[in-house]
Design a protein around this ligand. Structure first.
Ligand SMILES: Cc1cc2nc3c(=O)[nH]c(=O)nc-3n(C[C@H](O)[C@H](O)[C@H](O)COP(=O)(O)OP(=O)(O)OC[C@H]3O[C@@H](n4cnc5c(N)ncnc54)[C@H](O)[C@@H]3O)c2cc1C
Ligand code: FES
Length: 293
């Protein structure tokens, strides 16, 4: 190889990709939809997969579902709820700024087949996780019923996007400000009574996913939960995301994040996710102080 070619090649490999934010839009209280450059991820992403991002050089790494991908534009869409230090830093960034890192696509893609009638059940920001799955199931020829829940109308997000991909979307709010007053499981119970459901997928708060699994268990309906354990490296090295499924220890980042909801030990998952509460509260306070300064 000529010297000049070698130098050009080295330069090419040393170029750090810029994960520039194209747009960031508030879609709910403390919830932002962010479109960001990540061409390689956009080319390879499949429903159910996620990325690990580090918004700033000194930020922690956090997992986020790839809610959408446009391989032609080389962008991916993330929907982020600011609940702690790093998500608050992420949502404070503006168009034109760039994330430090985006690693992915990670995790196993969702198993997509023609199952028949599928119900996707989401609570809160879990809608961002089920939306690409609902789209892929619909494209595979399934009848898809979406159930979206939140504490009130203000916190219901991506309902139009779900309506675009599902055959039917049913809403539940705890205060009754939209759809059925109550929980997504109240709506799911009625759907299970009225339809022959072949598969259920769920994402959202741990108690909600657990309740969905308990509801479908007596029906024997295959039910998949997209789990949200704490993750660090996302490559199966640190053990941070270990979950117990059917008595077996598995890593959500490489064996999941989707697992059989009837076999997941949700109690231990909840306990592990609560292990760092005091530290997380301090990080959130620090992040807010830095943003206010
Ligand atoms: C595979 C996967 C996909 C995810 N996709 C999305 C997504 O698309 N959009 C989104 O907004 N969030 C998503 N999450 C959750 C997101 O990663 C966490 O909210 C984030 O790591 C919190 O970081 P933080 O520093 O802001 O808050 P922290 O200070 O780490 O935590 C603040 C609070 O959130 C709780 N928490 C921490 N980690 C998680 C977690 N993994 N799940 C739920 N609660 C948590 C803590 O117990 C604490 O109460 C996903 C998680 C996983 C594992
Ligand atoms: S995040 Fe480290 S093993 Fe899964």
């Amino acid at each position: 190889m000529r010297k000049a070619e070698g130098a050009a090649l080295c330069k090419l490999h040393l170029v750090t990709p810029r994960f520039t934010i194209h747009e960031t839009i508030e879609v709910g209280p403390d919830i932002a939809r962010i479109v960001v450059d990540a061409p390689r991820v956009a080319r390879h992403a499949r429903a159910g997969q996620f990325v690990i991002i580090r918004p700033l050089d000194d930020s922690e790494r956090i997992p986020l579902t790839i809610c959408g991908a446009d391989p032609d534009k080389g962008t991916i869409t993330l929907v982020v709820q600011a609940i702690g230090g790093t998500t608050t830093e992420t949502n404070a960034m503006e168009a034109g700024e760039a994330f430090s890192d985006i690693l992915g696509p990670l995790g196993l893609p969702t198993e997509i087949e023609e199952f028949g009638t599928c119900v996707v059940v989401a609570g809160g920001v879990g809608v961002a996780i089920v939306l690409p799955v609902a789209k892929a199931l619909a494209e595979a020829g399934n009848r898809v019923i979406g159930i979206v829940g939140a504490r009130d109308d203000d916190h219901l997000i991506l309902v139009d996007e779900m309506t675009d991909v599902c055959d039917e979307v049913l809403l539940a709010t705890e205060d009754g400000s939209a759809g059925t007053r109550g929980f997504v499981t109240d709506v799911l119970e009625k759907v299970m009574g009225a339809h022959d459901v072949d598969r259920v997928l769920t994402a959202g708060p741990i108690p909600m996913m657990r309740a969905v699994g308990e509801l479908t268990r007596p029906h024997g309906t295959p039910t998949i939960a997209s789990l949200n354990p704490i993750m660090v490296d996302g490559t199966g090295m640190c053990g941070g995301c270990r979950v117990t499924v059917g008595g077996e220890t598995l890593f959500a980042c490489i064996d999941g994040p989707e697992f059989d909801a009837h076999a997941v030990d949700f109690v231990s998952l909840q306990k592990r996710n609560e292990a760092y509460h005091t530290f997380e509260a301090c990080r959130l306070r620090d992040a807010r102080e830095e943003l206010d300064a």
